[in-house]
Design a protein around this ligand. Structure first.
Ligand code: NAD
Length: 353
């Protein structure tokens, strides 16, 4: 198959980790006989320096014409002054909005060799394999905001259509997994949550009767996530609850350097990125863990290019590199330390076998 992939390296460790991810993408193309054309574009601080905008028009156009977008990370102290008018993060929000990416997928799986990297006990973590789906373009983050000297407000609103489309994404994922969906809301207090719950209920009954659905209040979900993480399969929730729960869930895995994410819309075009930021403290030193970005490439070929075998090949190559001790500093646990490019080479080598 032929595919065009726009690569947005961004700032800090972004260029280092995307470089390794692109090597892996090309190794997969070679192994399975595909042609993946990659094209680099600017975003974030790098784009501000070059053009004055965090999302130049040229980047936006290229992304819209691509089959998928791979992003490193944006941001850093250089662009963080409180008086700054343009910020790198605006580029990220703008591209998600422009591509209509309403569902953010964050899988949390644990590599058995890295159980000790988490602050949660290994016996509690054992078997954890969760897919959290967060609504990304609605809710309180996008509602009308007001501010006076003494009061402030943020409007939270959701429509049936917004709830249905993200629920469909989550339910389809559940269908390919253990067929269990937990929908998280705050229906005992919030009107938007009551609409969320009844919409999910109706949609699941009519379109996904084979999936078991449980509704859980967000406070209870936050507690159960660390109490019995292995009992969850797919979780779906609104924007702000998802923002908080995905960060909580990511800590089950112990390291930011291992977790990928995907942001999807109505079609197959998606944006794939590691969940970590630009890590300015280690940028340019060859210390960054590239596995999260490489695993984001696995999600890219799975969700945008529909190449499941290729996705699994990347995931097993990463898993075997970790098992065989190819670990960057953040996951080394006192053993030998691999550099960013050594970790990338280990995955490429396993894919080429
Ligand atoms: P961060 O994720 O960049 O770093 C947090 C800590 O984790 C740091 O100590 C860092 O060295 C370490 N770390 C992160 N990724 C790593 C990797 N792949 N390998 C090894 N260690 C890794 O978060 P932060 O320090 O809060 O933010 C730094 C900058 O990144 C800020 O400008 C922030 O706005 C931005 N940021 C961007 C994104 C994004 O692009 N999606 C997400 C979060 C933060």
């Amino acid at each position: 198959m032929r595919a065009k992939i726009v690569v947005l390296p961004g700032d800090g460790i972004g260029p280092e980790v995307t470089e390794q991810a692109v090597r892996v993408l090309q190794a997969v193309a070679k192994k399975f006989g595909h042609q993946f054309e990659t094209e680099e574009q600017l975003i974030g601080g790098a784009a501000i320096d070059a053009t004055g905008s965090a999302l130049p028009k040229q980047t936006e156009t290229a992304c819209k014409q691509a089959d998928a977008v791979l992003l490193g990370a944006v941001g850093g102290p250089k662009w963080s002054a409180p008086e700054a008018k343009v910020r790198p993060e605006q580029g990220l929000l703008a591209i998600r909005k422009s591509l209509g990416l309403f569902a953010n997928l964050r899988p949390v799986t644990l590599h058995p060799a890295l159980m000790d990297a988490s602050t949660i006990k290994p016996e509690v973590l054992k078997g954890t394999d969760i897919m959290v789906v967060r609504e990304l373009t609605g809710g309180i983050y996008f509602g009308e905001k007001t501010r006076t000297e003494t009061t402030a407000s943020d409007l939270c609103s959701y429509s049936v259509n917004e709830i249905e489309r993200v629920t469909r994404v989550a339910a389809q994922l559940a269908r390919q997994r253990r067929k269990q969906l937990v929908s998280v809301d705050k229906a005992n207090v919030l009107e938007t949550s009551r609409l969320w719950r009844s919409t999910v209920e109706k949609l699941m009954k009519s379109e996904f009767p084979d999936i078991q659905v449980e509704h859980m209040l967000v406070d209870s979900a936050a507690m159960h996530l660390i109490r019995r993480p292995s009992s969850f399969d797919v979780m779906v929730t609104e924007n702000m609850f998802g923002d908080i729960l995905t960060d909580e869930a990511s800590m089950l895995a112990g390291s930011l350097g291992l977790l990928p994410s995907a942001s999807l819309g109505a079609g197959t075009l998606g944006l794939y990125e590691p969940i970590h930021g630009s890590a300015p403290d280690i940028a340019g030193k060859g210390l960054a863990n590239p596995y999260a970005t490489i695993l984001s490439v696995a999600m890219l070929v799975r969700h945008s290019l529909k190449l499941e075998t290729e996705a699994q090949a990347i995931e097993s190559a990463v898993s075997s590199a970790i098992s065989e001790g190819v670990r960057t500093a953040d996951i080394s646990a006192g053993g030998p330390v691999a550099s960013t490019s050594e970790a990338g080479s280990a995955v490429v080598a396993r894919l080429s076998q």
